[in-house]
Ligand binder design. Structure first.
Ligand code: DOR
Ligand code: ZN
Length: 340
């Protein structure tokens, strides 16, 4: 069987920098029309200059795929003035502001400590029509941290009714009702939260390459997310949260959160949707919904997949030969492949 879908969008992606960027960028640029690029570098991407320079490095790293790939750039929300926000808006490639509660995840120490202090920035974004992407889980190995964070979304949605607010990679059943409750709330969902539960991460031997934030949850959470996505909920967008870390760090006594899913996303998503009889919902989830929500241009480009199985490599290494990363589903078989 062969299917054709619109060239998709990944609405939440970590591309890193340096050798890792060179390794990761082609994996996404090969299959995707565009991706919302996270700003949590060290130091964070928090100015128009840093954003433009990073965008150039991404396009450079994407190589021959760059012509079909648009990096949708984000800037780390601090206390930017309306003038600064306007300058961002007028800089090519700018897409949205990303709010990290301070210390919530990898490289987020410079984030927002108290929402009161961000109020003038958020108000100006509302006026300028700049979307707000919120990293919605605090640090700590507590399964319900996302649930704890839901009142914050609620509060933001009420106080800034004209602001488009995206709950970045929701992972629990409890987050879903908010989408019905507030017109201005949207969400991204990852592939790994649709595939895995805590048992896959830590039910047997610990699987550090499935460790991410937010942590994968209970089977009932996964089922609720699946039902929403396969049911075609048009407020939910695919955001991979693909987040490569060197294998030496992931397989250590202090492993950082992050699953490197970029190389397998399209075939694995197609397999999952096909198995659940939901192939007709793939286009919406993989970009149609996002294009409508944010008014992004439609694409005329297509990408084809066929149900030819492939095995996922055990690891990918950068040109420097030292930076290696283990992809999601390493060593496993996927039932579909992208037609080259
Ligand atoms: O697992 C994660 N890794 N979650 C995040 O939010 C950040 C990301 C990273 O940057 O490594
Ligand atoms: Zn992320």
């Amino acid at each position: 069987m062969r299917i054709e879908i619109n060239r998709p969008l990944d609405m939440h992606l970590h591309l890193r920098d340096g050798a890792m960027l060179k390794l990761a960028a082609p994996h996404s640029a090969k299959d995707f029309a565009g991706a919302v690029v996270m700003p949590n570098l060290v130091p964070p991407v928090n100015s128009a200059e840093a954003m433009s320079a990073y965008r150039s490095r991404i396009l450079d790293a994407a190589g021959t795929h760059a012509k079909n790939f648009a990096p949708l750039m984000t800037i780390f929300l601090q206390k930017q003035t309306p003038e600064e926000l306007l300058a961002f808006k007028n800089t090519p490639g700018f897409f949205a502001m990303k709010l990290y509660p301070a210390g919530a995840t990898t490289n987020s120490d410079g984030g927002v400590r108290d929402f009161g202090e961000a109020e003038p920035t958020l108000r100006a974004m509302e006026e300028l029509g700049i979307p707000l992407l919120v990293h919605g889980e605090s640090n700590g190995f507590v399964m319900d941290r996302e649930t704890e964070f839901l009142p914050v979304y609620r509060d933001l949605a009420v106080r800034f009714p004209e602001l488009k607010i995206c709950m970045e990679h929701i992972s629990t059943a409890a987050a879903l009702p908010l989408l019905d409750e507030f017109e201005n709330l949207f969400a991204t969902v990852t592939l790994h939260h649709l595939l895995f539960t805590l048992d896959d991460l830590a039910g047997g031997l610990l699987a550090p390459h499935l460790f991410c934030k937010p942590i994968v949850k209970r089977p009932e959470d996964r089922e609720a997310l699946r039902a929403a996505v396969f049911g075609g909920n048009d407020k939910i967008m695919f955001g991979s949260d693909s987040a490569p870390h060197p294998v030496s760090q992931k397989e250590s006594a202090a492993a950082p959160g992050g699953i490197y899913s970029a190389p397998v996303l399209l075939p694995a998503l197609t397999e999952l949707f096909a198995r659940n009889g939901a192939l007709e919902k793939l286009n919406g989830f993989l970009g149609g919904n996002a294009r409508k929500i944010y008014g992004l241009p439609e694409t005329t480009q297509k990408i084809a997949l066929e149900d030819t199985p492939q095995s996922v490599p055990a690891r990918y290494c950068a040109e420097d030969g030292e930076t290696c990363v283990v992809p999601m589903l390493a060593g496993k078989e996927i039932a579909w492949s992208v037609c080259e």
